[in-house]
Design a protein around this ligand. Sequence first.
Ligand code: COA
Length: 442
Amino acid sequence: MEYNIEPTNRYLGIYKAKLRTAEEIAEYIEDDFVCACPTCMGEPKAIVHAIGERARRDEIRNVQHHSVISPGGGDYLDPELAGKYYHVSWFTSAASRAGVQEGRFDYMPAHYSQIPWLWREKVSKLDVFYATVSPMDKHGFFSFGLVAAETLAQLERAKYVFLEVNDQVPRVMGTHVVHISQVTAVCEASYPMPTLEELPLSENSKRMGAMIAEMIPNGATIQFGIGEVPNAVGKLLLEKKDLGIHTEMFTDSMVDLIEAGAVTNMKKNIDVGKTVAAFCWGSQRMYDFLDDNRSVELHGVDYVNDPYVIGKLDNFVSINAGLEIDLLGQVCSESIGSRNYSGTGGQLDFVRGSAISKGGKSFIAMNSTAKGGTISKIKPILTPGAAVTTTKNDIDNVVTEYGIARLRGKTAGQRAKALIEIAHPKFRDELLFEARKMNLMI
Ligand code: COA
């Protein structure tokens, strides 16, 4: 293991005394233990695998693995380990979706801003916090690298703290550090961080991205959510000036904006000169950019996603995606009918924060249709079982490839009309007919 900075002998001694193999750490696990790790890149692969092997040998039962986004490949996802070592998802990802939808895994409904509070005060117990970290510095601290988010709350609550020291974890600046004195045991491993493949943008996404980009003034502070349209907007802001970034997820397009000089963070009312995020997920190029980069800071989601913190930033613009919307403006972004698809994440946190921000606005973008154009995503009522992510009282701007419906401050009838105008033309008559039946068109 090579250290960026050679730790002093004092901390190296403590480190060596706490050094175990992943298999030795797995021996701490008992039946009914609740284990948790930070989202996605924070998962300690070697420890998780060693626990999986114990479950395979029938040595442990009913051990839960809690995390926000599962990066995939973890033993707790294995259907053969159901009831022995299994997942509880706090934001369903491609890797965990089948298990959640088939009822093998449970899931936690939550606003991301509240997840640290849930871990600190509401969840019944947390036995083990495990995470991957960058190598120890000379003061005895490890960085949680690409993830701050819920990390410190889990660390504070857990009975046992196990770290997997990985020399491929970039050292990203921020509050997300842990000291060797807080740790039960460490092991060492070396593997690259999971990356997110950038997919080509569809024509619809480019069109929606262009409409939104036009409404972002110079000096605005931006947040991009998950999905194609937020990515498309990022690519169209390269000519803007003095943008700021305050976002849950740091994305590749934000690296481009910083390198192009479009982002300076100098017009921010707080965190002046700094890009602020809760976690990062993207390409290896992004991870190299973040390593030891003092212009980017990660903080807990209880700070980054707090609507009152977001609201302190003038001209805040939030861009997220949705799966369907009804004629009142209730948005479902996390389920397909009653089948859980993803999670609430920080969507409502940022919609609410931008409503508090002076000059702020939020956008929820979606294609007008799904399933090869056979169904409209704008519906008279949501599909039975659909979870409401952004409520009718919070929604601001809705975007499809046919335009932008500005819903805030509009009556039910005005909303129905504005949404029908941006629905796919082939569904507009049917939507109008249903809206009349619902007495929405005065
Ligand atoms: N009915 C049925 N199926 C639908 C549908 C609908 N109304 N809308 C979408 N789908 C299907 C799509 O066809 C696609 O299926 P496929 O994977 O088989 O191609 C799938 O659902 C995903 O839809 P898509 O529009 O491609 O999703 P996306 O990758 O752009 O992500 C969200 C959109 C809404 C799922 C994602 O942004 C999300 O999870 N948001 C909630 C959390 C959030 O906003 N956080 C923000 C802070 S980071």
